[in-house]
Design a protein around this ligand. Structure first.
Ligand code: ZN
Length: 580
């Protein structure tokens, strides 16, 4: 029986161990082979069953490898984690860097799955595991998508078949790291908070333009990352990583998100907000890389590139361990003390750098389908050029943290999210009347159609009121003196781009519950403006400046109703209150 490495999660451990027993019996003990399914046929990627059997075999063969279950996935099958530790101590420790590598979040982009199977074997077989690094590998994250195998990526050059992007409930798991609707995400978050990784890699495959690079990647957006960690990542880790990748035959470029029609127009940095894996990691001062191998290169070249990338990151973690550990500790302390928190960023187009780009000439010719002009990349015309790179983001909105947020226990879903993400909460020991600062949501936009199952709010505007509010025994206090402060503030401030408000956790406050009957309220309203000259003046002023309002009797009654004590205080009042 595999021992759960997170000893402080005893309950979870018990359930993992129990479910592990169930799962082990579910896989046939395939014949021992040293060769992965991909190595037997390099246009094949391992199936879910093959992936898990492979790691079960490594777990049996090597004491330095542990395969554990860390929870369920939406399809009902467990989520697995592989731990590799040279000293067989499968725990996160303050004297050792934890490197987390995620595979198959988009199972149609499976290079990392096959690369990590080989990398784990090679490290174990040669007894070459790093001394200063605990390696944690999610063998395949989107299990439901992995089981839904077929061909769904028309612009991809192999493998022969592969899993699907959506998970068992058709969610893109790489947008789920805040709303955490998938069981996969919940299991991931609990594991993440136990391991608290320092460095994170998410393995993907690109879409889009054609160019010479087999390997591109985006690092956690530097301006969003805590400055100590960001400075280290951009000035030390990335230059070293890029040098190693070039030496190993895979010169990299930033993820190709081009400014104009083609990459020659310049590249634009990726704003990986907290809904993305690296954006989520950034909330906890962990820097990360989303590797994107080029979809139109032969599959073996892409697998090799993923292997080289993951191995290089691991080697750098080993070499730089002391600096990485010290930086994260300093960053955590700085975040505990930090007063002002950005809630959103926008691209600053006034400043650009440049990068070397290995492209193919972009050309145009008439389309055989439409007869209209079509784009193509001419592989006989490779070029090496410096192209502009816009990767500076400036703060859009920011806020001073309160001393604590007070959240009534009615909002259990939000409390559940907060607790799972390593945030310490306290509860009120008795019913308490408190003076707090309350937000009223005064405006927001929502799309016409759902995005990832939600009508995601944006452009949120608020006004603030100081109020005396009755709270009850068991309501929650979330203090902002924690290393998880960024998670706390960015999810609980309604203007956060990926806040719980944005993701519809608080939509019920946007409903008005009581109204008035016009014909009865007409007389009350008339009485009110007779006795209140200032209210009458406000009404007249609004009529004078707003023609539609002047012609709408109902709107005028509503205008008066909202000034009366009858109008409910809770309408649009945001229920994570600020205690200052
Ligand atoms: Zn992807």
């Amino acid at each position: 029986m595999t021992k759960c490495p997170f000893s402080f999660l005893r309950l979870a451990c018990l359930s993992w161990c129990v479910s592990q027993f169930v799962s082990l019996s579910g896989f046939s003990q395939s014949k021992t082979s040293d060769i992965t399914p991909y190595e037997r046929n390099t246009n094949q990627t391992a199936t879910y069953t093959q992936i898990i059997s492979w790691y079960q075999q490594l777990d049996r063969q090597y004491e330095q490898c542990k395969l554990i279950e860390i929870g369920k996935t939406d399809i009902g099958k467990p989520l697995h984690l592989v731990l590799l530790a040279s000293d067989k101590q499968f725990v996160a420790r303050p004297d050792r860097v934890t490197l987390l590598i995620n595979n198959g979040i988009h199972p149609g982009e499976p290079e990392g799955i096959d690369a990590c199977m080989m990398l784990a074997r090679d490290l174990l077989k040669a007894n070459k595991l790093p001394k200063n690094v605990l390696i944690a590998i999610v063998p395949v994250y989107n299990v439901g998508g992995s089981l839904n195998r077929g061909i769904s990526r028309v612009n991809q050059n192999g493998p022969e078949s592969y899993g699907f992007r959506g998970n068992a409930r058709n969610l893109n798991l790489n947008r789920d790291f805040i709303k955490a609707e998938a069981e996969n995400t919940r299991a991931f978050q609990a594991m993440y908070q136990s391991l608290k990784p320092h460095v994170f890699v998410d393995n993907h495959t690109s879409d889009g333009a054609d160019y010479q690079h087999v390997l591109t990647y985006f690092a956690t957006q530097k301006d969003k990352l805590q400055p100590i960690v960001s400075g280290y990542m951009t000035q030390r880790f990335q230059p070293e990583l890029d040098k190693m990748l070039t030496e190993k035959g895979f010169p990299s470029a930033p993820y190709v998100n081009h400014a104009g029609d083609t990459p020659e127009s310049g590249l634009v940095g990726y704003n990986d907000t907290p809904r993305y894996s690296t954006g989520y990691a950034a909330l906890f001062n962990c820097f990360g890389f989303t590797l994107e191998t080029h979809m139109w290169k032969p599959y073996p070249a892409r697998v090799k590139a993923s292997y080289v990338f993951d191995e290089a990151v691991m080697q750098l973690c080993e070499r730089e361990a002391q600096k990485i550990l010290a930086n994260k500790q300093r960053a955590n302390e700085a975040v505990r003390q930090q007063k002002t928190f950005p809630l959103g960023y926008k691209l600053d187009r006034s400043k650009s750098d440049s990068v070397t780009f290995l492209g193919y000439a972009a050309m145009y010719k008439p389309s055989e389908v439409s007869g209209l002009k079509r784009l193509y990349y001419d592989r006989t015309k490779p070029f090496t050029k410096r192209v502009p790179y816009w990767n500076n983001f400036s703060i859009d909105t920011q806020v001073d943290k309160p001393r604590a947020y007070v959240i009534p226990q009615a909002w259990q879903e939000v409390i559940g999210e907060i607790k799972r993400n390593g945030v310490a909460v306290k509860t009120l020991p008795k019913d308490t009347l408190m003076t707090v600062s309350a937000y009223y949501i005064t405006d927001y936009k929502s799309p016409q159609r759902p995005y990832e199952g939600h009508y995601l709010h944006s452009g949120v505007k608020v006004r603030t009121e100081t109020q005396r509010i009755q709270f009850y025994k068991g309501d929650y206090l979330v203090y902002t003196n924690q290393s998880a402060n960024r998670y706390i503030v960015e999810t609980l401030e309604p203007q956060g781009v990926d806040s719980f408000f944005a993701w519809n956790f608080f939509d019920s406050i946007l409903d008005q519950k009581e109204y008035f009957s016009n014909y009865i309220f007409e007389d009350t309203a008339a009485e009110l403006i007779k006795n209140d000259p200032s209210l009458r003046k406000q009404l007249e002023e609004k009529r004078a400046t707003d023609k539609a309002f002047a012609e709408n009797a109902d709107a005028q009654l509503d205008f008066i109703y909202r000034q009366t004590p009858y109008y409910e205080k809770t309408h649009n009042r945001y229920p994570a209150y600020r205690l200052n």
